[in-house]
Write a protein that binds this ligand. Sequence first.
Ligand code: TYM
Length: 326
Amino acid sequence: MSRVLSGIQPTGDLHLGNLLGAVRNWVEDQHTDDSFYCVVDLHALTVPKGPGELAAASLELAQCLIASGLDPEVCTLFVQSHVPQHAELGWIMQCVCGFGQLERMTQFKDKSERRDFVSAALFTYPALQAADILLYDADRVPVGEDQRQHIELTRDLAERFNHRYGDTFTVPEASIPRAGARVMDLQNPTDKMSKSADSPAGTVLLTDPPDAVIKKFKRAVTDSDGVVAFDVANKPGVTNLLSILGAATGRDPEALAGEYTQYGPLKADTGEAVVALLEPLQMRLAELRQDPAETSRLLRVGADKAGAVAESTMERVRAAVGFLPR
Ligand code: TYM
């Protein structure tokens, strides 16, 4: 059975981009692959937060993931800091990774702009991400388009390590969905939808009530020529709506374009399709919130399963790099 690993940062509510670009595919993969999904709290620490926020955000995100359909009895769902081997291998991957390679990461450039404080860890972040993946000998890493460069780097680091120290790691592949890989902001459709967007009206959250979702789609920025066409370069707003509607309904976005002559009905149908997608998730989330101790228990079980795999990889790694056995 092939092995899958992916991760998500506990930095605010899950949004439609996370759901369509990643989590929805994880839910499918868990039934066909040996799947590991990680709430990456060490990564979230690269940008400072208020005290106490991180633990709450990690638990909440785990609940959102379970509500979205991850079944901890089927996959291995865990929190990164519960498995200290991530930090250990993260250091070793920093030693394998070139400074110039990190300088080329576009996510670092984006994330370090307009910040007063840029931590060293924000820069070395992709080395830790490589460790997350390589610890589990993942064959495939299901992610959205924005993570492609990080997975390419992971492949390079795995190959360099294997060349330098002998065959140790599986070289993973990125697995990027055909539909939903890059959901754009509804207000600024040339930027990707993200939790840190300037305007909350551009981001649809898993927890948004139906009327808020409908309103966000109604107000989505399109353009003034009134033609419904799938054209990323010239009609980013309309194309984003078609892509979301396609991803939410399993239909081809280009074919959908032929069914609309006006923006109003396209916006209304997309809003309704997203409400239908989110409603059952929100109901499950409300139930899960009644019993946070149960989610914590499931995460402990996940950490035990993940920790066993991670430790066996680390035994190989420690021997390969030549640490003195204790
Ligand atoms: P993060 O937390 O930003 O996003 C989690 C997942 O959601 C996808 N995604 C999107 N997909 C489509 N459209 C969007 N607008 C959109 N926004 C986010 C991301 O591609 C991702 O798959 N560095 C990673 C977390 C990470 C990780 C890993 C991923 C840490 N270790 C190991 C895979 C394997 C991140 O910040 O994702």
